[in-house]
Every structure is written in C-alpha cells, then in structure tokens.
Write a protein that binds this ligand. Structure first.
Ligand SMILES: [Zn+2]
Length: 299
C-alpha cells in the first residue's frame, strides 16, 4: 500500500509533468475506477474533457488537480486516490497498455498521456467540487474538496503546525503509536513510519502520550519528519525516467529501515536483536534496549 512519501512523490511528478496541460480526451476502461464519481463514467469524461489541470495538491494520501477553463478556475478538481495498488503513470502513447489500465487522459499538446493503473481497483478517480480557501470569497484556486478537508495536514506539508501537533498529542490519553496512526491528529503516518520514528525517538509505542515530555514529543516529530523526508528522497529518483510511479512493493523502503520488518536482526544503534510484538492485528517492531516497554499502569 502506498504510504505518504510515495504519494508525495506522485504529486511532485504530476506537478512537473501534468500541471498546466489541457485534457483532449478521457477513456474510462473500467467503471469501478470512477465509482466515486457518482454521476457515472460518461459524466466524468465530460467534466474533464477540454479542462486544464492547473496544479497538483495533496492532503494525506489523496491528490487533487484543480480544473481550469481557459485559465479560469472552474471550482472543480480531479481527485485521485491510489488505494492499495494504484499507479499514475506519465507515458508515451507508443507505450503498450498495462494489463490493469483503468483510465487514460490524453492532452491537447499531443505529449505523454496520463494513465491510471490499478490491479486491485481500490483506488479511483472522480471530479469533485472544491471549497474556496480562506472561507467565502477566498481564492478558489486554493480550494480543497470538502471530502478531504477533515484529513490532518502531515509533516511533509509546508503548512503543518508542529506546535499544535505537540500540544494535541500531549492532551491525548492514549499510547503514542496509536496517536501517530490517528489520522485526525497527524496525517499520513502508517505502521512502517510510526515504528521507524519511534525507534529514532527511542520511545516504545505503548508509552502514554500524556506522560511524554516536550523534548520527547519534539524528538518524535523530528523522527517522523526525518523518516518521511528520507523516504521521499529515495522515491524521488524515479522521476528522472519520466515515470510517475507508486508501487507499495517497490522495496525502496527496505534500504533505510532500522526496525520495521527487521525482527531478530541487530538494532543499528546498539546491536540488540529487534523484537516483534503484535499490535492491532499487525506487528510493531522495536529495540528492547533503546525502547523499553513502559511499566504497567497502576489500576
Ligand atoms: Zn537499540
């Protein structure tokens, strides 16, 4: 499943290779890919054809490209979610169709086309209204689709508020890993990045949030930012080949993972074998020495 840095890599690729181009034609090859466009595939095609994709934005794992008509924003956007296996590919027309090609956009400049490929079709595309930025009368170009507005801004977003996050985290009465995975508190931190950030901050995921010191919260946020930033830097290289790729199986994570999936391998900091614990039907990985379990709370 694509995690946040991969989706940000895709956003940057779309901004670079697709923004500013005008859609010539749209082909929906599988209706499930546009099931969130409630008016149906034909309406989806009509809503995009002749429109310019003005920019590429992201909130959490959602991408949206505001639409313009002759340079004027229309108040709508193309919204994309990659689901479990979705890819947005910018490719030459001569490139053979992928087996799981679900939708294709061609452009009036006759250049490379945008393809939505999704083996499991949990992802999808839709055209949605956007809400104006800054309230009524605000700039429509800064608008966000209302369906995405509730998703917390993540640390890769320039408008992320570190102080607000720190204060909100310390107000919660929960375990710190649960807080990191809570999309209403911080966006886009999945299981892998949570474990890696906790290892960097030397905190066990079961530590109670209300007992974390300011310094520990700061170290945790720095860990989240570093791990996301490194993943972003690694994923970014794929653009050199004009290939806007999101593939959860691409394996580029594994080159820098300290603990996730590393059970019984030595901790890169102290050499203690990494431990695996079950957590919400999944696994948590941590170092028993660097990240001791908190003492059980007195009942
Ligand atoms: Zn260690």
């Amino acid at each position: 499943m694509p995690e946040l840095p991969e989706v940000e890599v895709v956003r940057r690729g779309l901004e670079r290779w697709v923004a500013g181009r005008t859609v010539a034609a749209v082909e929906v090859r599988h209706p499930r890919a546009v099931r969130r466009h409630l008016e149906g595939p034909e309406h989806f095609v009509a809503a995009l054809t002749g429109r310019t994709l003005a920019a590429a934005h992201r909130r959490g794992k959602y991408l949206w490209l505001p639409l313009a008509d002759g340079g004027t924003p229309t108040g709508q956007a193309l919204v994309a979610h990659l689901g479990m296996s979705g890819q947005l590919l910018v490719e030459k027309k001569s490139q053979p169709d992928e087996t799981h090609l679900r939708a294709r956009l061609t452009f009036t400049d006759g250049g490379r086309e945008l393809r939505f490929v999704d083996q499991r079709t949990f992802g999808g595309l839709a055209v949605e209204e956007v809400r104006r930025g800054g309230g009524v009368g605000g700039p429509i170009a800064d608008g966000i689709p209302p369906r995405l507005a509730h998703i917390a801004i993540d640390p890769l977003d320039p408008s992320f508020d570190a102080d607000a996050f720190s204060a909100a985290l310390r107000r919660r009465h929960t375990e710190v890993k649960r807080a990191l995975l809570d999309q209403t508190l911080i966006g886009g931190v999945g299981n892998i990045y949570a474990d890696e950030a906790l290892w960097r901050a030397q905190l066990h995921g079961a530590r109670p949030t209300e007992k974390l010191t300011r310094a520990q919260v700061a170290a945790l946020l720095e860990g989240v930012r570093d791990v996301l930033g490194e993943a972003l830097a690694q994923g970014g290289t794929s653009f050199d080949s004009l290939y806007v790729d999101v593939n959860g199986q691409s394996g580029y994570f594994s080159r820098f993972l300290a603990v996730y999936g590393q059970a019984d391998r030595p901790c890169p900091r102290c050499g203690t074998p990494i431990r695996r614990e079950s957590f919400m039907n999944r696994s948590s990985y941590s170092c028993p020495t660097c990240q001791p379990r908190p003492r059980a709370r007195r009942s």
